[in-house]
Design a protein around this ligand. Structure first.
Ligand SMILES: CC(=O)N[C@H]1[C@@H](OP(=O)(O)OP(=O)(O)OC[C@H]2O[C@@H](n3ccc(=O)[nH]c3=O)[C@H](O)[C@@H]2O)O[C@H](CO)[C@@H](O)[C@@H]1O[C@H](C)C(=O)N[C@@H](C)C(=O)N[C@H](CCC(=O)O)C(=O)O
Ligand SMILES: Nc1ncnc2c1ncn2[C@@H]1O[C@H](COP(=O)(O)OP(=O)(O)OP(=O)(O)O)[C@@H](O)[C@H]1O
Length: 492
Protein backbone atom coordinates (compact mmCIF):
# COMPACT_ATOMS: atom_id res chain seq x y z
CA UNK A 1 0.00 0.00 0.00
CA UNK A 2 1.23 3.51 -0.76
CA UNK A 3 2.23 5.40 2.38
CA UNK A 4 0.26 8.47 1.33
CA UNK A 5 -2.82 6.30 0.89
CA UNK A 6 -2.68 4.78 4.36
CA UNK A 7 -1.92 8.19 5.89
CA UNK A 8 -5.31 9.40 4.65
CA UNK A 9 -6.65 7.64 7.75
CA UNK A 10 -4.91 10.24 9.93
CA UNK A 11 -6.06 13.46 8.23
CA UNK A 12 -3.60 15.49 10.31
CA UNK A 13 0.18 14.90 10.20
CA UNK A 14 3.51 16.43 9.19
CA UNK A 15 6.13 14.58 7.17
CA UNK A 16 9.87 15.31 7.37
CA UNK A 17 10.68 14.10 3.84
CA UNK A 18 9.09 13.47 0.49
CA UNK A 19 6.87 10.37 0.85
CA UNK A 20 5.07 10.23 -2.48
CA UNK A 21 6.96 7.12 -3.66
CA UNK A 22 7.13 5.23 -0.37
CA UNK A 23 5.18 1.98 -0.17
CA UNK A 24 4.37 0.05 3.00
CA UNK A 25 4.29 -3.73 3.35
CA UNK A 26 3.11 -3.92 6.93
CA UNK A 27 2.66 -2.06 10.22
CA UNK A 28 4.74 -2.74 13.34
CA UNK A 29 4.90 -1.27 16.85
CA UNK A 30 7.76 -3.48 18.09
CA UNK A 31 11.15 -2.73 16.53
CA UNK A 32 12.26 -6.32 17.17
CA UNK A 33 9.62 -7.59 14.75
CA UNK A 34 10.15 -5.03 11.99
CA UNK A 35 10.58 -6.47 8.49
CA UNK A 36 11.69 -4.91 5.20
CA UNK A 37 9.19 -2.26 4.07
CA UNK A 38 7.28 -1.96 7.36
CA UNK A 39 5.91 1.28 8.77
CA UNK A 40 7.19 1.48 12.36
CA UNK A 41 5.02 3.35 14.86
CA UNK A 42 6.76 4.60 18.02
CA UNK A 43 4.65 4.18 21.17
CA UNK A 44 5.64 5.76 24.45
CA UNK A 45 4.94 2.89 26.85
CA UNK A 46 4.83 2.44 30.62
CA UNK A 47 8.21 0.67 30.58
CA UNK A 48 10.15 2.15 27.67
CA UNK A 49 9.72 4.79 25.00
CA UNK A 50 9.29 3.20 21.57
CA UNK A 51 10.85 6.32 20.00
CA UNK A 52 14.20 5.00 21.27
CA UNK A 53 13.86 2.06 18.88
CA UNK A 54 13.26 3.99 15.65
CA UNK A 55 16.91 3.53 14.64
CA UNK A 56 16.70 -0.23 15.22
CA UNK A 57 13.53 -0.31 13.13
CA UNK A 58 15.35 1.50 10.33
CA UNK A 59 18.25 -0.96 10.51
CA UNK A 60 15.78 -3.82 10.18
CA UNK A 61 14.35 -2.31 7.00
CA UNK A 62 11.52 0.00 8.06
CA UNK A 63 10.37 2.20 5.19
CA UNK A 64 9.13 5.05 7.39
CA UNK A 65 8.42 5.92 11.01
CA UNK A 66 5.39 7.45 12.73
CA UNK A 67 6.42 9.42 15.82
CA UNK A 68 5.27 12.08 18.27
CA UNK A 69 8.67 13.78 18.39
CA UNK A 70 11.79 13.95 16.20
CA UNK A 71 13.76 10.70 15.95
CA UNK A 72 17.26 10.19 14.58
CA UNK A 73 16.68 8.20 11.37
CA UNK A 74 17.27 8.82 7.68
CA UNK A 75 13.98 7.32 6.48
CA UNK A 76 10.88 9.55 6.36
CA UNK A 77 9.28 10.41 9.71
CA UNK A 78 5.61 11.29 9.98
CA UNK A 79 4.88 13.39 13.05
CA UNK A 80 1.52 13.09 14.77
CA UNK A 81 0.17 14.25 18.14
CA UNK A 82 -0.76 10.80 19.42
CA UNK A 83 0.89 7.65 18.03
CA UNK A 84 -1.39 5.30 20.01
CA UNK A 85 -4.42 6.78 18.32
CA UNK A 86 -2.55 6.83 15.00
CA UNK A 87 -1.77 3.11 15.13
CA UNK A 88 -5.45 2.30 15.76
CA UNK A 89 -6.55 4.39 12.76
CA UNK A 90 -3.78 3.12 10.50
CA UNK A 91 -4.33 -0.52 11.41
CA UNK A 92 -8.05 -0.15 10.81
CA UNK A 93 -7.40 1.20 7.32
CA UNK A 94 -4.51 -1.16 6.52
CA UNK A 95 -6.65 -4.21 7.31
CA UNK A 96 -9.62 -2.68 5.46
CA UNK A 97 -11.94 -1.94 8.38
CA UNK A 98 -12.52 -5.58 9.33
CA UNK A 99 -14.94 -4.93 12.22
CA UNK A 100 -17.40 -3.44 9.73
CA UNK A 101 -17.54 -6.87 8.08
CA UNK A 102 -17.99 -8.76 11.35
CA UNK A 103 -20.62 -8.70 14.06
CA UNK A 104 -18.70 -7.70 17.16
CA UNK A 105 -20.07 -8.06 20.69
CA UNK A 106 -17.91 -6.33 23.31
CA UNK A 107 -18.31 -7.26 26.97
CA UNK A 108 -17.05 -5.02 29.75
CA UNK A 109 -17.39 -4.97 33.55
CA UNK A 110 -15.32 -5.92 36.58
CA UNK A 111 -16.42 -9.56 36.76
CA UNK A 112 -18.01 -11.96 34.34
CA UNK A 113 -16.50 -10.83 31.02
CA UNK A 114 -14.87 -14.18 30.23
CA UNK A 115 -17.89 -16.13 31.40
CA UNK A 116 -20.30 -14.06 29.29
CA UNK A 117 -18.17 -14.30 26.14
CA UNK A 118 -18.05 -18.09 26.45
CA UNK A 119 -21.80 -18.27 27.02
CA UNK A 120 -22.26 -16.15 23.90
CA UNK A 121 -19.97 -18.48 21.99
CA UNK A 122 -22.09 -21.46 23.09
CA UNK A 123 -25.32 -19.72 22.01
CA UNK A 124 -24.03 -18.63 18.60
CA UNK A 125 -22.49 -22.04 17.94
CA UNK A 126 -25.84 -23.60 18.75
CA UNK A 127 -27.24 -21.34 16.02
CA UNK A 128 -24.47 -22.74 13.73
CA UNK A 129 -22.68 -19.43 13.38
CA UNK A 130 -18.93 -19.26 12.76
CA UNK A 131 -17.52 -17.54 15.83
CA UNK A 132 -14.41 -15.79 17.08
CA UNK A 133 -13.51 -14.94 20.67
CA UNK A 134 -10.91 -12.66 22.24
CA UNK A 135 -10.28 -12.56 25.98
CA UNK A 136 -8.26 -13.37 29.07
CA UNK A 137 -7.89 -17.09 28.43
CA UNK A 138 -7.16 -17.04 24.71
CA UNK A 139 -8.17 -15.90 21.27
CA UNK A 140 -10.28 -18.31 19.24
CA UNK A 141 -11.13 -18.49 15.55
CA UNK A 142 -13.78 -21.20 15.42
CA UNK A 143 -12.07 -24.01 17.37
CA UNK A 144 -8.48 -22.88 16.72
CA UNK A 145 -6.96 -21.34 19.85
CA UNK A 146 -4.16 -18.77 20.11
CA UNK A 147 -2.32 -17.35 23.12
CA UNK A 148 -2.82 -13.68 23.94
CA UNK A 149 -0.79 -11.48 26.28
CA UNK A 150 -3.60 -9.14 27.22
CA UNK A 151 -7.32 -9.62 27.83
CA UNK A 152 -7.83 -6.98 25.14
CA UNK A 153 -4.77 -6.88 22.86
CA UNK A 154 -3.26 -3.71 21.30
CA UNK A 155 -5.04 -2.19 18.31
CA UNK A 156 -2.58 -3.50 15.72
CA UNK A 157 -2.86 -7.11 16.91
CA UNK A 158 -6.62 -6.68 17.15
CA UNK A 159 -7.21 -5.35 13.64
CA UNK A 160 -4.86 -7.98 12.18
CA UNK A 161 -6.77 -10.71 14.02
CA UNK A 162 -10.12 -9.30 12.91
CA UNK A 163 -8.93 -9.39 9.31
CA UNK A 164 -7.95 -13.06 9.70
CA UNK A 165 -11.44 -13.68 11.07
CA UNK A 166 -12.98 -11.95 8.04
CA UNK A 167 -10.83 -14.11 5.76
CA UNK A 168 -12.09 -17.20 7.59
CA UNK A 169 -15.66 -16.02 7.05
CA UNK A 170 -16.32 -15.74 10.77
CA UNK A 171 -19.71 -14.22 11.44
CA UNK A 172 -19.63 -12.98 15.04
CA UNK A 173 -16.81 -12.18 17.47
CA UNK A 174 -17.21 -11.98 21.25
CA UNK A 175 -14.65 -9.85 22.89
CA UNK A 176 -13.73 -8.91 26.44
CA UNK A 177 -13.05 -5.18 26.60
CA UNK A 178 -10.94 -4.25 29.60
CA UNK A 179 -10.97 -0.80 31.16
CA UNK A 180 -7.22 -0.56 30.38
CA UNK A 181 -7.93 -1.19 26.71
CA UNK A 182 -10.64 1.45 26.64
CA UNK A 183 -8.46 3.95 28.45
CA UNK A 184 -5.43 3.26 26.26
CA UNK A 185 -7.42 3.38 23.00
CA UNK A 186 -6.72 -0.25 22.07
CA UNK A 187 -10.27 -0.60 20.69
CA UNK A 188 -10.36 2.83 19.11
CA UNK A 189 -12.01 2.44 15.70
CA UNK A 190 -13.56 -0.97 16.43
CA UNK A 191 -17.10 -1.03 15.16
CA UNK A 192 -18.93 -2.82 18.00
CA UNK A 193 -22.48 -3.92 17.26
CA UNK A 194 -23.48 -4.78 20.80
CA UNK A 195 -21.85 -3.49 23.99
CA UNK A 196 -22.56 -5.47 27.16
CA UNK A 197 -22.01 -4.33 30.75
CA UNK A 198 -21.84 -6.94 33.52
CA UNK A 199 -21.12 -5.05 36.76
CA UNK A 200 -18.68 -2.70 38.48
CA UNK A 201 -16.91 -3.16 41.78
CA UNK A 202 -13.46 -2.38 43.11
CA UNK A 203 -10.47 -3.43 41.02
CA UNK A 204 -7.58 -1.90 39.10
CA UNK A 205 -7.20 1.13 41.38
CA UNK A 206 -3.46 0.85 40.75
CA UNK A 207 -4.23 2.03 37.21
CA UNK A 208 -7.37 4.16 37.53
CA UNK A 209 -7.13 7.09 39.94
CA UNK A 210 -10.62 6.48 41.38
CA UNK A 211 -13.74 4.39 40.93
CA UNK A 212 -15.12 7.36 38.96
CA UNK A 213 -12.22 7.13 36.50
CA UNK A 214 -12.67 3.37 36.29
CA UNK A 215 -16.37 3.79 35.45
CA UNK A 216 -15.54 6.50 32.95
CA UNK A 217 -13.15 4.13 31.15
CA UNK A 218 -15.91 1.50 30.98
CA UNK A 219 -18.34 4.10 29.66
CA UNK A 220 -16.17 4.68 26.58
CA UNK A 221 -17.43 1.38 25.14
CA UNK A 222 -20.93 2.83 25.30
CA UNK A 223 -20.19 6.39 24.22
CA UNK A 224 -18.21 5.13 21.19
CA UNK A 225 -20.92 2.64 20.24
CA UNK A 226 -22.38 3.40 16.81
CA UNK A 227 -19.97 6.21 15.99
CA UNK A 228 -19.91 4.75 12.48
CA UNK A 229 -23.62 4.99 11.71
CA UNK A 230 -25.00 2.28 9.48
CA UNK A 231 -28.76 1.92 9.16
CA UNK A 232 -28.43 -1.74 8.14
CA UNK A 233 -26.33 -2.63 11.16
CA UNK A 234 -28.24 -1.49 14.26
CA UNK A 235 -26.36 -1.16 17.55
CA UNK A 236 -27.45 -2.11 21.04
CA UNK A 237 -26.23 -1.38 24.54
CA UNK A 238 -27.02 -4.20 26.98
CA UNK A 239 -26.73 -3.28 30.65
CA UNK A 240 -27.35 -4.84 34.04
CA UNK A 241 -30.18 -2.82 35.57
CA UNK A 242 -29.47 -4.17 39.07
CA UNK A 243 -26.05 -2.49 39.03
CA UNK A 244 -26.46 1.22 39.85
CA UNK A 245 -23.50 2.13 37.58
CA UNK A 246 -25.67 1.26 34.57
CA UNK A 247 -27.45 4.63 34.89
CA UNK A 248 -24.28 6.41 33.83
CA UNK A 249 -23.67 3.99 30.95
CA UNK A 250 -27.24 4.43 29.71
CA UNK A 251 -26.61 8.17 29.61
CA UNK A 252 -23.32 7.67 27.73
CA UNK A 253 -24.79 6.02 24.67
CA UNK A 254 -26.89 7.35 21.82
CA UNK A 255 -27.91 3.81 20.84
CA UNK A 256 -30.94 1.72 21.96
CA UNK A 257 -30.49 0.24 25.44
CA UNK A 258 -31.75 -3.19 26.53
CA UNK A 259 -31.66 -3.81 30.28
CA UNK A 260 -31.48 -7.13 32.11
CA UNK A 261 -31.78 -7.97 35.77
CA UNK A 262 -33.23 -10.02 38.57
CA UNK A 263 -34.26 -7.40 41.13
CA UNK A 264 -35.27 -4.39 39.03
CA UNK A 265 -37.96 -4.15 36.35
CA UNK A 266 -35.72 -4.84 33.38
CA UNK A 267 -36.49 -5.59 29.72
CA UNK A 268 -35.11 -9.09 30.09
CA UNK A 269 -35.48 -10.71 33.50
CA UNK A 270 -34.77 -13.84 35.46
CA UNK A 271 -37.75 -14.63 37.65
CA UNK A 272 -38.18 -17.31 40.28
CA UNK A 273 -34.42 -17.93 40.53
CA UNK A 274 -33.52 -21.17 42.32
CA UNK A 275 -29.95 -22.01 43.27
CA UNK A 276 -28.58 -25.24 44.63
CA UNK A 277 -25.55 -27.52 44.57
CA UNK A 278 -26.46 -28.81 41.11
CA UNK A 279 -26.80 -25.45 39.41
CA UNK A 280 -29.48 -22.85 38.89
CA UNK A 281 -32.90 -22.50 37.34
CA UNK A 282 -35.08 -19.53 36.46
CA UNK A 283 -37.78 -18.23 34.16
CA UNK A 284 -36.22 -16.10 31.42
CA UNK A 285 -38.75 -13.42 30.49
CA UNK A 286 -38.20 -11.25 27.43
CA UNK A 287 -40.44 -8.54 25.90
CA UNK A 288 -42.90 -11.04 24.49
CA UNK A 289 -41.71 -14.55 25.34
CA UNK A 290 -40.65 -16.62 28.29
CA UNK A 291 -38.76 -19.84 28.73
CA UNK A 292 -37.64 -21.92 31.69
CA UNK A 293 -33.88 -22.43 32.02
CA UNK A 294 -32.20 -25.17 34.05
CA UNK A 295 -28.44 -24.70 34.09
CA UNK A 296 -25.46 -26.53 35.55
CA UNK A 297 -23.88 -23.15 36.34
CA UNK A 298 -23.98 -22.32 40.02
CA UNK A 299 -24.59 -19.10 41.93
CA UNK A 300 -26.60 -15.94 41.47
CA UNK A 301 -23.69 -14.39 39.56
CA UNK A 302 -24.01 -17.12 36.91
CA UNK A 303 -27.67 -16.21 36.44
CA UNK A 304 -26.54 -12.62 35.76
CA UNK A 305 -23.98 -13.88 33.24
CA UNK A 306 -26.63 -16.00 31.49
CA UNK A 307 -28.98 -12.99 31.41
CA UNK A 308 -26.25 -10.79 29.90
CA UNK A 309 -25.45 -13.36 27.20
CA UNK A 310 -29.12 -14.10 26.48
CA UNK A 311 -29.92 -10.38 26.18
CA UNK A 312 -27.09 -9.78 23.70
CA UNK A 313 -28.12 -12.86 21.73
CA UNK A 314 -31.73 -11.64 21.60
CA UNK A 315 -30.50 -8.29 20.24
CA UNK A 316 -28.63 -10.27 17.56
CA UNK A 317 -31.83 -12.06 16.60
CA UNK A 318 -31.06 -15.52 18.04
CA UNK A 319 -34.31 -17.40 18.85
CA UNK A 320 -35.10 -18.01 22.50
CA UNK A 321 -35.27 -21.80 22.11
CA UNK A 322 -31.69 -21.80 20.75
CA UNK A 323 -30.57 -19.68 23.71
CA UNK A 324 -32.26 -22.13 26.07
CA UNK A 325 -30.58 -25.16 24.47
CA UNK A 326 -27.16 -23.54 24.67
CA UNK A 327 -27.48 -22.32 28.26
CA UNK A 328 -28.76 -25.68 29.41
CA UNK A 329 -25.92 -27.65 27.84
CA UNK A 330 -23.06 -25.37 28.95
CA UNK A 331 -20.95 -26.76 31.76
CA UNK A 332 -18.76 -23.71 32.36
CA UNK A 333 -15.46 -22.10 31.52
CA UNK A 334 -11.94 -23.29 32.30
CA UNK A 335 -10.92 -22.16 35.81
CA UNK A 336 -14.31 -20.64 36.62
CA UNK A 337 -15.95 -22.60 39.43
CA UNK A 338 -14.16 -25.67 38.06
CA UNK A 339 -14.41 -28.78 40.24
CA UNK A 340 -11.38 -31.01 40.80
CA UNK A 341 -12.98 -34.35 41.40
CA UNK A 342 -11.01 -37.54 41.91
CA UNK A 343 -13.76 -39.20 43.89
CA UNK A 344 -12.66 -37.67 47.21
CA UNK A 345 -15.42 -37.25 49.81
CA UNK A 346 -15.13 -33.44 49.88
CA UNK A 347 -15.45 -30.80 47.16
CA UNK A 348 -12.53 -28.91 45.62
CA UNK A 349 -13.29 -25.93 43.41
CA UNK A 350 -10.78 -23.83 41.46
CA UNK A 351 -12.02 -20.35 40.63
CA UNK A 352 -10.62 -17.17 39.10
CA UNK A 353 -12.15 -14.86 41.73
CA UNK A 354 -9.52 -12.18 42.24
CA UNK A 355 -11.62 -9.19 43.24
CA UNK A 356 -13.35 -8.68 46.61
CA UNK A 357 -16.76 -8.80 44.96
CA UNK A 358 -16.15 -11.99 42.97
CA UNK A 359 -14.60 -13.75 45.99
CA UNK A 360 -17.59 -12.80 48.09
CA UNK A 361 -20.00 -14.02 45.38
CA UNK A 362 -18.28 -17.34 44.99
CA UNK A 363 -18.00 -17.95 48.74
CA UNK A 364 -21.62 -16.94 49.26
CA UNK A 365 -22.60 -19.46 46.58
CA UNK A 366 -20.57 -22.22 48.24
CA UNK A 367 -22.02 -21.31 51.65
CA UNK A 368 -25.52 -21.71 50.27
CA UNK A 369 -25.07 -25.44 49.63
CA UNK A 370 -22.09 -26.69 51.66
CA UNK A 371 -22.98 -29.29 54.29
CA UNK A 372 -19.96 -28.75 56.54
CA UNK A 373 -16.89 -26.53 56.49
CA UNK A 374 -15.56 -24.16 53.84
CA UNK A 375 -11.81 -23.71 53.36
CA UNK A 376 -10.50 -21.02 51.06
CA UNK A 377 -6.96 -20.67 49.73
CA UNK A 378 -6.42 -17.22 48.30
CA UNK A 379 -3.83 -14.50 47.73
CA UNK A 380 -3.50 -11.18 45.91
CA UNK A 381 -1.38 -10.30 42.90
CA UNK A 382 1.73 -8.15 43.25
CA UNK A 383 2.23 -4.83 41.38
CA UNK A 384 -1.54 -4.41 41.20
CA UNK A 385 -4.28 -2.59 43.16
CA UNK A 386 -3.06 -2.73 46.79
CA UNK A 387 -6.23 -1.30 48.26
CA UNK A 388 -8.18 -4.45 47.42
CA UNK A 389 -5.89 -6.70 49.53
CA UNK A 390 -7.55 -6.21 52.94
CA UNK A 391 -10.98 -6.36 51.26
CA UNK A 392 -10.15 -9.77 49.74
CA UNK A 393 -9.01 -11.01 53.15
CA UNK A 394 -12.19 -9.66 54.80
CA UNK A 395 -14.36 -11.47 52.26
CA UNK A 396 -12.44 -14.72 52.86
CA UNK A 397 -12.75 -14.72 56.66
CA UNK A 398 -16.37 -13.57 56.50
CA UNK A 399 -17.53 -16.69 54.65
CA UNK A 400 -14.92 -19.40 55.24
CA UNK A 401 -14.40 -21.53 58.33
CA UNK A 402 -10.71 -21.27 57.60
CA UNK A 403 -8.94 -18.96 55.16
CA UNK A 404 -5.40 -19.82 54.13
CA UNK A 405 -3.73 -16.73 52.71
CA UNK A 406 -0.97 -17.44 50.23
CA UNK A 407 0.89 -16.14 47.18
CA UNK A 408 -0.94 -15.42 43.94
CA UNK A 409 1.31 -13.87 41.27
CA UNK A 410 3.64 -11.76 43.43
CA UNK A 411 5.33 -10.45 40.27
CA UNK A 412 8.14 -8.15 41.50
CA UNK A 413 6.78 -7.65 45.05
CA UNK A 414 7.87 -9.49 48.19
CA UNK A 415 5.18 -12.18 48.74
CA UNK A 416 5.25 -11.63 52.50
CA UNK A 417 4.64 -7.89 52.06
CA UNK A 418 1.49 -8.64 50.03
CA UNK A 419 0.30 -11.06 52.72
CA UNK A 420 0.98 -8.43 55.41
CA UNK A 421 -1.22 -5.99 53.48
CA UNK A 422 -3.97 -8.61 53.33
CA UNK A 423 -4.04 -9.48 57.03
CA UNK A 424 -3.25 -6.06 58.53
CA UNK A 425 -6.14 -5.21 60.84
CA UNK A 426 -7.99 -8.43 60.06
CA UNK A 427 -10.54 -9.38 62.73
CA UNK A 428 -11.06 -12.98 63.88
CA UNK A 429 -8.71 -15.93 64.09
CA UNK A 430 -10.06 -18.18 61.36
CA UNK A 431 -7.06 -17.66 59.10
CA UNK A 432 -3.51 -18.86 58.52
CA UNK A 433 -0.73 -17.53 56.34
CA UNK A 434 1.26 -20.01 54.24
CA UNK A 435 3.32 -18.13 51.69
CA UNK A 436 4.08 -21.08 49.41
CA UNK A 437 0.96 -21.69 47.28
CA UNK A 438 1.54 -25.43 46.88
CA UNK A 439 1.93 -25.86 50.64
CA UNK A 440 -1.20 -23.79 51.24
CA UNK A 441 -3.25 -25.95 48.84
CA UNK A 442 -1.78 -29.14 50.37
CA UNK A 443 -2.73 -27.94 53.84
CA UNK A 444 -6.33 -27.09 52.91
CA UNK A 445 -6.77 -30.50 51.28
CA UNK A 446 -5.12 -32.26 54.21
CA UNK A 447 -7.61 -30.59 56.58
CA UNK A 448 -10.73 -31.22 54.48
CA UNK A 449 -13.12 -33.93 55.61
CA UNK A 450 -16.30 -35.45 54.24
CA UNK A 451 -18.79 -32.85 52.90
CA UNK A 452 -16.37 -29.94 53.29
CA UNK A 453 -15.52 -27.69 50.36
CA UNK A 454 -12.10 -26.28 49.51
CA UNK A 455 -12.12 -23.20 47.30
CA UNK A 456 -8.81 -22.36 45.62
CA UNK A 457 -9.29 -18.85 44.35
CA UNK A 458 -7.51 -16.26 42.25
CA UNK A 459 -5.69 -18.06 39.46
CA UNK A 460 -8.39 -20.14 37.75
CA UNK A 461 -7.19 -21.23 34.29
CA UNK A 462 -3.63 -19.92 34.75
CA UNK A 463 -0.87 -22.48 34.35
CA UNK A 464 1.94 -20.40 35.81
CA UNK A 465 2.98 -18.29 38.77
CA UNK A 466 4.87 -15.02 38.24
CA UNK A 467 7.50 -14.69 40.95
CA UNK A 468 10.20 -12.07 40.88
CA UNK A 469 9.80 -11.51 37.16
CA UNK A 470 10.11 -15.25 36.41
CA UNK A 471 7.41 -17.57 35.08
CA UNK A 472 7.06 -20.82 37.05
CA UNK A 473 4.80 -23.71 36.02
CA UNK A 474 1.84 -23.76 38.39
CA UNK A 475 -1.68 -24.98 37.84
CA UNK A 476 -4.02 -24.95 40.85
CA UNK A 477 -5.98 -27.83 39.34
CA UNK A 478 -2.90 -30.07 39.00
CA UNK A 479 -1.52 -29.12 42.42
CA UNK A 480 -4.92 -29.81 43.99
CA UNK A 481 -5.30 -33.13 42.16
CA UNK A 482 -1.85 -34.25 43.36
CA UNK A 483 -2.70 -33.25 46.92
CA UNK A 484 -5.98 -35.15 46.74
CA UNK A 485 -4.19 -38.26 45.39
CA UNK A 486 -1.58 -38.04 48.13
CA UNK A 487 -4.07 -37.67 51.01
CA UNK A 488 -6.62 -40.04 49.55
CA UNK A 489 -4.07 -42.84 48.98
CA UNK A 490 -2.74 -42.37 52.49
CA UNK A 491 -6.16 -42.83 54.03
CA UNK A 492 -7.25 -45.76 51.86
C1 LIG B 1 0.27 -1.17 31.57
C2 LIG B 1 -0.02 -1.76 30.23
O1 LIG B 1 -1.14 -1.87 29.85
N1 LIG B 1 1.05 -2.18 29.54
C3 LIG B 1 0.88 -2.70 28.18
C4 LIG B 1 1.84 -1.97 27.29
O2 LIG B 1 3.12 -2.27 27.79
P1 LIG B 1 4.17 -1.11 28.02
O3 LIG B 1 3.49 0.23 27.99
O4 LIG B 1 4.99 -1.44 29.20
O5 LIG B 1 5.08 -1.26 26.71
P2 LIG B 1 6.63 -0.96 26.68
O6 LIG B 1 7.37 -2.19 27.00
O7 LIG B 1 6.89 0.29 27.47
O8 LIG B 1 6.87 -0.66 25.14
C5 LIG B 1 6.50 0.58 24.53
C6 LIG B 1 6.63 0.41 23.04
O9 LIG B 1 8.00 0.17 22.72
C7 LIG B 1 8.09 -0.92 21.85
N2 LIG B 1 9.41 -1.56 21.97
C8 LIG B 1 9.83 -2.04 23.17
C9 LIG B 1 11.06 -2.67 23.25
C10 LIG B 1 11.86 -2.82 22.10
O10 LIG B 1 12.97 -3.39 22.10
N3 LIG B 1 11.39 -2.31 20.94
C11 LIG B 1 10.19 -1.69 20.84
O11 LIG B 1 9.80 -1.27 19.76
C12 LIG B 1 6.94 -1.82 22.27
O12 LIG B 1 6.57 -2.75 21.25
C13 LIG B 1 5.85 -0.80 22.52
O13 LIG B 1 5.20 -0.47 21.31
O14 LIG B 1 1.74 -2.45 25.97
C14 LIG B 1 1.97 -3.88 25.84
C15 LIG B 1 1.82 -4.23 24.35
O15 LIG B 1 0.59 -3.83 23.87
C16 LIG B 1 0.96 -4.63 26.69
O16 LIG B 1 1.15 -6.02 26.58
C17 LIG B 1 1.15 -4.19 28.13
O17 LIG B 1 0.23 -4.88 28.95
C18 LIG B 1 0.82 -5.41 30.15
C19 LIG B 1 1.36 -6.82 29.89
C20 LIG B 1 -0.22 -5.48 31.24
O18 LIG B 1 -0.02 -6.14 32.24
N4 LIG B 1 -1.32 -4.81 31.08
C21 LIG B 1 -2.43 -4.89 32.04
C22 LIG B 1 -2.40 -3.76 33.03
C23 LIG B 1 -3.69 -4.84 31.21
O19 LIG B 1 -3.79 -4.20 30.18
N5 LIG B 1 -4.67 -5.59 31.66
C24 LIG B 1 -5.95 -5.66 31.01
C25 LIG B 1 -6.90 -6.65 31.71
C26 LIG B 1 -7.19 -6.32 33.10
C27 LIG B 1 -8.23 -7.25 33.68
O20 LIG B 1 -9.40 -7.18 33.27
O21 LIG B 1 -7.87 -8.06 34.55
C28 LIG B 1 -5.79 -6.26 29.62
O22 LIG B 1 -6.58 -5.91 28.74
O23 LIG B 1 -4.94 -7.16 29.47
N1 LIG C 1 -21.30 -11.68 37.04
C1 LIG C 1 -20.43 -11.89 38.00
N2 LIG C 1 -20.45 -11.15 39.14
C2 LIG C 1 -19.56 -11.33 40.12
N3 LIG C 1 -18.59 -12.26 40.09
C3 LIG C 1 -18.51 -13.03 38.98
C4 LIG C 1 -19.41 -12.88 37.88
N4 LIG C 1 -19.08 -13.77 36.94
C5 LIG C 1 -18.01 -14.44 37.38
N5 LIG C 1 -17.67 -14.01 38.61
C6 LIG C 1 -16.54 -14.42 39.46
O1 LIG C 1 -15.41 -13.73 38.91
C7 LIG C 1 -14.42 -14.66 38.48
C8 LIG C 1 -13.87 -14.20 37.14
O2 LIG C 1 -14.89 -14.39 36.18
P1 LIG C 1 -14.62 -14.01 34.68
O3 LIG C 1 -13.32 -14.55 34.28
O4 LIG C 1 -15.80 -14.35 33.87
O5 LIG C 1 -14.51 -12.43 34.84
P2 LIG C 1 -13.65 -11.41 34.00
O6 LIG C 1 -14.43 -10.14 34.04
O7 LIG C 1 -13.38 -11.97 32.66
O8 LIG C 1 -12.30 -11.27 34.81
P3 LIG C 1 -10.88 -10.79 34.20
O9 LIG C 1 -11.10 -9.56 33.42
O10 LIG C 1 -10.04 -10.54 35.37
O11 LIG C 1 -10.43 -11.89 33.31
C9 LIG C 1 -15.11 -15.99 38.36
O12 LIG C 1 -14.19 -17.01 38.59
C10 LIG C 1 -16.18 -15.88 39.42
O13 LIG C 1 -15.60 -16.12 40.68
Amino acid sequence: MKLTEILDALHFYRETKEIENVTIKGLEIDSRNVEQGDLFICIEGFTVDGHLYARQAEEQGAAAVIAEKPVDVSIPVILVNDTTKAVALLANKFYDYPTEKLNVIGVTGTNGKTSVTYLLEAIFKEQRKKTGLIGTIQMKMEDDCFDVKNTTPDSLFLQRSFQQMVNRKIDTVFMEVSSHALDLGRVYGCDFDIAVFTNLSQDHLDYHASMGDYLHAKSLLFSQLGNRYDEKKPKFAVVNKDDPHSKMLIKSTSQPVITYGIEQQADIRAIDVKLDANGSSFLLKTFNEEVHITSKLMGNFSVYNMLAAASAAICAGIPLHTIKRALESTTGVSGRFEPVNLGQPFGVIVDYAHTPDSLENVLETIRSFVKRKVYVVVGCGGDRDKSKRPLMADAAVKYADLAIFTSDNPRTEEPQAILNDMVAGLQGNNFQVIENRKQAIDEAIRLAEEDDIVLIAGKGHETYQLINGEVHDFDDRIVAANAIKFNWNKEN
